[in-house]
Write a protein that binds this ligand. Structure first.
Ligand SMILES: [Zn+2]
Length: 179
């Protein structure tokens, strides 16, 4: 699946197994904790800035020590780092940290204010970060969990130096001054 992310117009290409992995995790969470509990995890792959393409080749579930709750998700940065390092070594550098995904079960796949703040934190170590939200209204969501439909997917890229509150892609190019 490929979609366009909303901040800079990069194309995001998901390997089919990444969406399958997200679905397995969403189903597991729904069975364990109920239908509104969010889940999520890390996205691994590569960002090709010259082609403006984000390759998402792995979607993993929550690292240990993370907490999932209805409408709130806290990922443990320490265990996430360790996991990414391990995958980077195992793939000889082919796969690296790309960002994070989480679910909005039965609701719109748009970034909330909390999600934007979280994205800002995720870029604080100096690397760009892709935020992916998988959601959709109840009927869309349920057909996805059943394995017969597709969820709504929202993606948004952030760079460490940007002011995410401004939400203005022109800023990155700088210097036009067309205000
Ligand atoms: Zn969210």
């Amino acid at each position: 699946m490929r979609i366009r992310e909303e901040s800079y117009g990069y194309q995001v290409r998901f390997a089919p197994e990444t969406l399958a992995a997200m679905r397995v995790e969403a189903v597991r969470m729904a069975e364990e904790r109920g239908p509104v509990c969010e889940t999520g995890g890390l996205l691994l792959g590569q960002i090709d800035h010259s082609a403006r393409v984000v390759w998402v080749t792995e979607a993993d579930s929550l690292p240990p020590e993370s907490q999932a709750a209805a409408h709130e998700l806290t990922m443990s940065p320490r265990s996430a780092d360790a996991y990414v390092d391990k995958r980077r070594r195992q793939t000889h550098g082919l796969v690296g940290y790309v960002g994070a995904w989480h679910t909005h079960p039965g609701v719109t796949a748009e970034a909330s204010d909390l999600d934007r703040q979280a994205l800002k934190k995720l870029t604080s170590d100096g690397a760009p970060c892709l935020l992916v939200i998988v959601g959709g209204p109840v009927e869309v969501w349920e057909t996805w969990l059943d394995g017969t439909g597709r969820p709504h997917v929202h993606a948004r890229l952030a760079f460490p130096y940007e002011d995410t509150d401004a939400d203005d892609p022109a800023r990155e190019e700088g210097d036009r001054g067309d205000s």
